[in-house]
Design a protein around this ligand. Structure first.
Ligand SMILES: Nc1nc2c(ncn2[C@@H]2O[C@H](COP(=O)(O)OP(=O)(O)OP(=O)(O)O)[C@@H](O)[C@H]2O)c(=O)[nH]1
Length: 349
C-alpha cells in the first residue's frame, strides 16, 4: 500500500520498521518568549539536527529572519494562523520536508519543531497531525511546550481565550522572563499553572541565563500519548473547539507599516510611548525591523503590552523596514495605530 505516493511503513514487515520523526509543538501567547527560546536552542548547537516550521500572526514575519541566522532548516508557514486558516499549509510543508529529507535535499534532521503563532490553539495542530495519513505515518507528536510570560498577569492570561487551551495542551510549561519578576510572582504563577494543568512539568527560565540543558525541554515526554494527555490535561481540554475558535481571533486586529525610509530613533520611541499609553494591555504585540538614522545596521524593535524591549541590531537583513502591531481591538484601532506609526516614522511631526 502507498500513503501519499510513498510506501507505507506497514508494508515491509518487521525488518522495515521506520522510526517516525518526532514533532515538538512550541506554543505560548504572543511575546511570551517562544522565538527567544528557540533561537537560544539552535544557536547552542545542541540540537543541530532540527527542522523548524515557524508560523506568525501578521502580514510580515520577523521570527524566521532571526532564526535563519542559526543556520538550520527553517521554513515559514505564511498567510494566517496555523490553527485556523493554514493547517493545510502546515501539513503540506511537513510532507514537503519529509520528501526533501528523503531525497537528501536538506540535512537529515531528526526532529521538527513547529513554532505556532501566539494566538494558535495547539489542539487544532495536534488534530491535523493525526488526521493526515502520510504525516501520521512519518511523524509523531513528541511533546507540546508552552511558554508563559511571567510579567503578564496570571488572571488575564488564563481568562484570555487563547491562554487556557495553550497551557492545558502543554506537556511542559516554561515560565519565561523570570529575570523581570520577584519570587512572589513566580510562586503565584506556579500555583496558578499547576491548577490550570496539573500534569505538565513546569520550569522557570530567563533569557540572560538559559539552563545548560536547554535541549532537554525539546525531548520527548516518555510514554505520553495524545489520548493520555487529553485526559490528564482535562481542565480546559473540554472547552468546545467551536466556541474557542469563534471567541479567539475575532477581537484581534493587526496593522502593518512598511518603512522604506530610515527612521529617527526619538520619533520611534515617542510613537511607541503613545501607542502603549493608548492601548496598554490591549497592545498584544509589536515587532519589526527598522533602519534608524545614523545606525549602520537595522534594529529589531519589540514590545509586549506596555513593555518595550531593548533594540537589537541585526546584521544580515537587507529588505525594507516594517512594523507589525497586534491589538485586541477593532479596525479603527488598527487604523489609528497605522496612522500614528506612519506619521512618526516618516518624520511628519
Ligand atoms: N528580559 C527578558 N526578555 C525576554 C525573555 N524572553 C523573551 N524576552 C523578550 O521578549 C520579547 C518577545 O520575545 P519573543 O521570543 O519574540 O516572543 P514570542 O513568543 O516568540 O513572540 P511572538 O512570536 O510574537 O508570539 C523579545 O523582545 C525578547 O527579547 C526573558 O526571559 N527575559
Amino acid at each position: 500500500m502507498e500513503v501519499g505516493g510513498f510506501p507505507s511503513l506497514s508494508d515491509g514487515g518487521a525488518g522495515m520498521a521506520v522510526k517516525r520523526i518526532p514533532v515538538i509543538v512550541l506554543t505560548g501567547f504572543l511575546g511570551s518568549g517562544k522565538t527567544t527560546l528557540l533561537r537560544a536552542l539552535l544557536e547552542s548547537g545542541s540540537v543541530a539536527d532540527t527542522a523548524v516550521l515557524v508560523n506568525e500572526y501578521g502580514a510580515v514575519g520577523l521570527d524566521h529572519t532571526l532564526m535563519w541566522r542559526a543556520g538550520e532548516v527553517v521554513q515559514v508557514v505564511e498567510n494566517g494562523c496555523i490553527c485556523c486558516s493554514v493547517s493545510d499549509d502546515l501539513i503540506a510543508m511537513l510532507v514537503e520536508l519529509f520528501e526533501l529529507r528523503l531525497y537528501r535535499k536538506v540535512p537529515k534532521f531528526q526532529r521538527v519543531v513547529i513554532e505556532t503563532t501566539g494566538l494558535a490553539d495547539p489542539r487544532s495542530i495536534m488534530q491535523a497531525l493525526r488526521a493526515h495519513p502520510l504525516v501520521n505515518e512519518r511523524f509523531r507528536l513528541a511533546a507540546v511546550l508552552c511558554t508563559v510570560d511571567a510579567t503578564a498577569s496570571a488572571a488575564s492570561v488564563l481568562r484570555a481565550p487563547e491562554g487556557t487551551p495553550q497551557i492545558a495542551a502543554a506537556d511542559r510549561i516554561l515560565l519565561t522572563k523570570t529575570d523581570l519578576v520577584d519570587r512572589d510572582c513566580i510562586d503565584a504563577w506556579s500555583a496558578a499553572l499547576s491548577r490550570a494543568n496539573p500534569a505538565a512539568e513546569l520550569s522557570c527560565i530567563r533569557a540572560d541565563a538559559f539552563p545548560a540543558g536547554l535541549a532537554g525541554f525539546f525531548e520527548e515526554i516518555p510514554g505520553a500519548s495524545l489520548g493520555q494527555r487529553c485526559r490528564e490535561n482535562a481542565v480546559a481540554w473540554s472547552l468546545p473547539r467551536s466556541l474557542a475558535r469563534s471567541a479567539r481571533h475575532s477581537e484581534v486586529c493587526t496593522a502593518t507599516i512598511h518603512l522604506p525610509q530610515s527612521v529617527d530613533e526619538m520619533a520611534l520611541y515617542q510613537a511607541l510611548d503613545e501607542l502603549t499609553a493608548r492601548f496598554e494591555d490591549r497592545l498584544l504585540r509589536l515587532k519589526g525591523i527598522v533602519r534608524l538614522s545614523g545606525k549602520p545596521q537595522p534594529s529589531v524593535v519589540q514590545a509586549v503590552r506596555s513593555q518595550i524591549f531593548p533594540l537589537e541590531s541585526i546584521a544580515d537583513f537587507d529588505g525594507p523596514g516594517f512594523l507589525v502591531v497586534i491589538l485586541r481591538g477593532n479596525v479603527d484601532d488598527a487604523e489609528w495605530a497605522t496612522a500614528l506609526l506612519t506619521r512618526c516614522c516618516s518624520g511628519l511631526r
